[in-house]
Ligand binder design. Structure first.
Ligand code: ATP
Length: 234
């Protein structure tokens, strides 16, 4: 579904992604793991059109989308749930969800119902401002908002960040159920253990380059991944 080949991207003069190649298949969960500042969010920003690639290609079902404006990329079927959630605190939960559907036409009430089925707590508080939600609930809202664009490919940037372990488990359960409903997912995570437990395949990025790739089992068995990302000493 998504094929990235030889992708390079920079902030000003500084090259941050160097020759990144990755794939996400239809109805696959693929994780991208790496240390702070390795370039994980930049991969997602570049796919989403928030940062223009300096070279390389990004193909969605064979169509080149690299460098297109964000609204065109959302319309083509990709949606981003950003790092740090970025919900609109003064808007209600319903209004936040409606914002996620801004690029498309037609009735959205049945889609809001679907999000409420996934996250019942959002339904209970649908007319409250988003700022009163806990961090975990805001993460649910951010995922719900991204789903309102009706993507084929969902990009999730650090959904576990700053959440209590019980909430992390809940968020990952929902990620799995969204996947079981047919979604393709690219998951960026620092929580490598959760990411590898959830995905089929994963890539490891180090200072802007893909250092390793393989099935979740292969990466779990890798010495470097095990000691650096899973905290298992020699
Ligand atoms: P984290 O887990 O901390 O978010 P990351 O792997 O997602 O890390 P990126 O946010 O992609 O890393 O950042 C990659 C590099 O690009 C880092 O060195 C970062 O400081 C730099 N960077 C990120 N955003 C910008 C920006 N807007 N302008 C300049 N440099 C940036």
């Amino acid at each position: 579904m998504l094929r990235i080949e030889g992708l390079c991207a920079s902030y000003g003069e500084r090259l941050v992604l160097e020759n990144v190649s990755m794939e996400v298949g239809k109805n696959e969960i693929v994780s991208l793991i790496g240390a702070n500042g390795a370039g994980k969010s930049t991969v997602l920003k570049t796919i989403m059109g928030l940062l223009k690639p300096t070279s390389g290609s990004i193909l969605l079902d064979g169509d080149g989308i690299g460098g297109r404006p964000v609204n065109s990329i959302v319309r083509s079927g990709i949606s981003l749930c950003p790092e740090g959630r970025r919900v609109f605190g003064n808007m209600t939960i319903r209004e936040n969800l409606e914002m996620g559907a801004y690029v498309r036409k037609g009735s959205i009430s049945s889609d809001i119902e679907h999000i409420i089925e996934l996250f019942p707590v959002l339904g209970e508080r649908i007319n409250q401002p988003a700022r009163v939600l806990s961090g975990g609930e805001q993460q649910m809202l951010a995922i719900g908002r991204a789903l309102m664009a009706k993507p084929r490919l969902l990009l999730l940037d650090e959904p576990s960040m700053g959440l209590a372990p019980i909430m992390v488990d809940k968020i990952f359960d929902v990620i799995k159920s969204i996947w079981m409903q047919g979604m393709s997912i690219l998951l960026v995570e620092q929580n490598a253990a959760m990411a590898l437990d959830t995905c089929q395949r994963a890539y490891v990025i180090e200072t802007g380059k893909i250092a390793l790739q393989g099935s979740a089992d292969e990466l779990r068995a890798n010495k470097m991944v095990s000691s650096v990302f899973l905290g298992r000493g020699e």
